[in-house]
Write a protein that binds this ligand. Structure first.
Ligand code: HEC
Length: 174
């Protein structure tokens, strides 16, 4: 009987360990104190790790994005309109055109992109947040050359992407 209990205890311990090591990415403590799982982001410049403070994932949509790589604002009208405003405010419009059709900079409607990863919302987030080597400056919060620190928040970046996708057949969440 004792042997059986011992076995049960071992199995329970193993199961608990398996749960931890099976989770992808690192668990980070957000300011709220809640554990959030974070997928690995990489820069568009060279694919090196793109580290963003877990505290900046401060809305339900931002948390869902960093857990899954999906953008929950795709197709949501109110968020798309908010994204359109930021697209204008941050001068995306000047280089990419009013509907992302392209101007002095490439079009953003796809389905073909200069960087193939931009067909996906995780990839486009990385490009907008951290920029490229070919003339696209980082727009992520704190990365713009501005005093006081300026730039799109994570949540705003997701809205901007939702606006860009609303002009396109690409949804980027596949
Ligand atoms: C000063 C001009 C300029 C502004 C402002 C600008 N971009 Fe860009 N953007 C570029 C250029 C140039 C490229 C091409 C970069 C390259 O070839 O590496 C680019 C590339 C991109 C790409 C990748 C396109 C592809 O085909 O892979 C995305 C996405 C993008 N920009 C989004 C934005 C968003 C969103 C904003 C506003 C927050 C913005 N850009 C503001 C000039 C600009």
């Amino acid at each position: 009987m004792n042997k059986l209990l011992f076995l049960v205890a071992i199995i329970a311990t193993l199961a608990a360990c398996g749960q931890d090591s099976g989770s992808k990415g690192e668990a980070a403590k957000a300011e709220s104190g809640a554990d959030i799982k974070m997928i690995d982001l990489v820069t568009t410049q060279d694919g090196s790790p793109l580290k963003i403070d877990a505290k900046l994932f401060d809305t339900p949509a931002a948390k869902e994005f960093i857990a899954t790589g999906k953008n929950p604002y795709i197709g949501v009208e109110a968020e798309i309109l908010a994204g359109k405003k930021k697209f204008n405010l941050y001068s995306c419009v000047a280089c990419h055109g009013g509907h992302g059709e392209g101007a002095v900079a490439p079009g953003l409607q796809g389905p073909n992109f200069k960087y193939a990863k931009n067909a996906n919302n995780k990839g486009m987030f990385e490009t907008i947040w951290h920029g490229t080597n070919g003339g696209m400056g980082a727009k992520g919060f704190g990365l713009m050359q501005a005093d006081p620190p300026d730039g799109l928040t994570v949540d705003e970046t997701l809205k901007v992407i939702a606006w860009i996708r609303s002009n396109s057949t690409v949804t980027g969440n596949e």
